[in-house]
Structure formats: structure tokens, C-alpha cells
Design a protein around this ligand. Structure first.
Ligand code: AP5
Length: 233
């Protein structure tokens, strides 16, 4: 399966991607994780991306598009992949369409996790991240078993530079302005499955499984939350 997971910063994309990739045996391609790795290694791309990421802004389209094109050409993507954090602009969505055409692939589902914007800042500012494997934790909803180290590899957890309340608010606004319109781009293809992400992690997971198994729905092009985010923030 070729999948997209879509939603605001903090909506739970990374948390749910963890189980989807294991369940389906496909790689998760998270553009944020790739960029953070480039940033840590201070590569040319990492240095260019850093100022945008730390400010909560989007990295310019040409940089992320080139990065993704390279990643999708790797052999582990041939049997399917889960795209997390891309596309984030309509231009990225249009270019992705052309890339998919070139690869003779199409998306089977776009999983849209909806969480009311006012809940996102608390999720982001309380998040702890493993620098090694990218797994995330939260003192309330997903505490690590041992205080401040990753359950999976024992690495010390850290707070992302862009997870301060102020930068989180900027990221949410950027999402509403630039990324939410991308959803409409996919609605016409009848692949969007809207999932209520504002409930316990296990319940969201069950809803995703149901969405993955569901046949194309006649009403999938409609959204109970279309545009509501703008009113809520
Ligand atoms: P990226 O890393 O993609 O960040 P994001 O989209 O802002 O998403 P997050 O990783 O913050 O959130 P998430 O939805 O994965 O939530 P999570 O599961 O961790 O991008 C970072 C930056 O890179 C961007 O700002 C931009 O600069 C750049 N970038 C990346 N891609 C780009 C692109 N295509 N174009 C341009 N620039 C790009 O969960 C969050 C917290 O909530 C965790 O603590 C978790 O434990 C908790 N949680 C999860 N689920 C639940 C639940 N159901 N209930 C309660 N708590 C929950």
C-alpha cells in the first residue's frame, strides 16, 4: 500500500505511523525526521533548513522536493510506503503527483487525523522525543517506562527545539494557512479517510485499521471538519 498520513503538528501522525509501518511492513518516510537528521549532521541541506525549522516555518519547496525524490527512489519503497509530513503545500502535492506517475504508483489512502487546534499546543510542548529512533512520548498520554529514556533503545529523550509553546503556535498557523488546503487536493480522488484523533492512542489506532480495511466510500469526499479548524483557532 502507498499511504499518506496527514494532520496538524501534534495530531499524532508519528505515533500512529509507528504501528502502521510495522503492521504493513512498509517504510515510514517522515520528511521532518529526515530534515532533523540532516540538521544534526550539519549537511548543506541541514544548514539551509535549520533556520526555517527552528522558527516553525516550512522549508522551501525545492529543497524538500529534491530530498523526497531521492528517498522515494530507494529500493525499500518499491513495495509501498507511508508518507508522513509531505506534501505540505499544494505545489508539493502537484509535484508528488508527477513523481507517483513516473514511478507508476498511486496512493491507496490519505489518513487525515483531526484534532482541534486548541489541544495541539499542550501535546507539542509536553512531547519528549528520542533523538535516535524518533519515537515520541508525553507525560500524560504516553509516558516512557523509565523516566526520561526511550523504551525502545534506552536513549535519553529530549525536547525538540520547535516544541516551545510559541513556535508550536506558529507551526499550527502555518499548517492552517499552507497545508490544510492540500487536503482538498486529495478529496476528489476519494482516498481521504477522516479520523478523530482526539481520543486515546489505542482508539485512534483501531479507527485507522478500520479505515485501511474499508472500501472506497461514496461519502469520503465530505468532511465533518472541513474548514472548522479556521474557526476554532
Ligand atoms: P515534522 O517533524 O513533520 O513535524 P509536524 O508535522 O509539525 O508533526 P509533529 O512531528 O510535530 O507531530 P505528529 O503529528 O507526528 O505528532 P506525534 O505523534 O509526535 O516537521 C518539522 C518541521 O520540518 C516543519 O515545521 C518544517 O519546518 C519542516 N518540514 C517537514 N516536512 C516538510 C515539508 N514537506 N515541507 C516543508 N517543510 C517541512 O504526537 C505529538 C504528541 O502528542 C506526542 O507527545 C504524543 O505522545 C502525543 N499524542 C499522540 N497521540 C495522542 C493521542 N491520541 N492523545 C493524546 N496525546 C497523543
Amino acid at each position: 500500500m502507498n499511504l499518506l498520513i496527514f494532520g496538524a503538528p501534534g495530531s499524532g501522525k508519528g505515533t500512529q505511523a509507528e504501528f502502521i509501518k510495522e503492521r504493513l511492513g512498509i517504510p515510514q518516510i517522515a520528511t521532518g525526521d529526515i530534515l532533523r537528521s540532516e540538521k544534526r549532521r550539519q549537511t548543506e541541506l541541514g544548514v539551509q533548513a535549520q533556520k526555517y525549522m527552528d522558527a516553525g516555518k516550512l522549508v522551501p519547496d525545492d529543497l524538500v522536493i529534491a530530498m523526497l525524490q531521492k528517498r522515494l527512489a530507494e529500493p525499500d519503497c518499491s513495495a509501498g510506503f507511508l508518507l508522513d509530513g509531505f506534501p505540505r503545500t499544494v505545489v508539493q502535492a502537484q509535484v508528488l503527483d508527477r513523481m507517483m506517475l513516473g514511478l507508476r504508483k498511486q496512493f491507496d489512502r490519505a489518513l487525515y487525523l483531526y484534532v482541534p487546534p486548541e489541544k495541539l499546543v499542550e501535546r507539542l510542548s509536553g512531547r519528549l522525543t528520542c533523538p535516535e529512533c524518533g519515537r515520541t512520548y508525553h507525560p500524560k498520554s504516553k509516558p516512557p517506562r523509565n523516566d526520561s529514556v526511550c523504551d525502545f533503545d534506552g536513549t535519553e529523550l529530549y525536547q525538540r527545539e520547535d516544541d516551545t509553546p510559541e513556535t508550536a503556535r506558529t507551526r499550527i498557523q502555518v499548517y492552517l494557512d499552507d497545508t490544510l488546503p492540500v487536503l482538498d487536493y486529495y478529496r476528489s480522488g476519494n482516498i481521504v479517510r477522516e479520523i478523530d484523533g482526539d481520543r486515546p492512542i489505542e482508539e485512534v489506532k483501531s479507527a485507522i485499521l478500520e479505515a485501511l480495511n474499508s472500501p472506497p466510500a461514496a461519502d469520503a469526499a465530505t468532511s465533518p471538519h472541513g474548514g472548522e479548524e479556521k474557526v476554532l483557532l
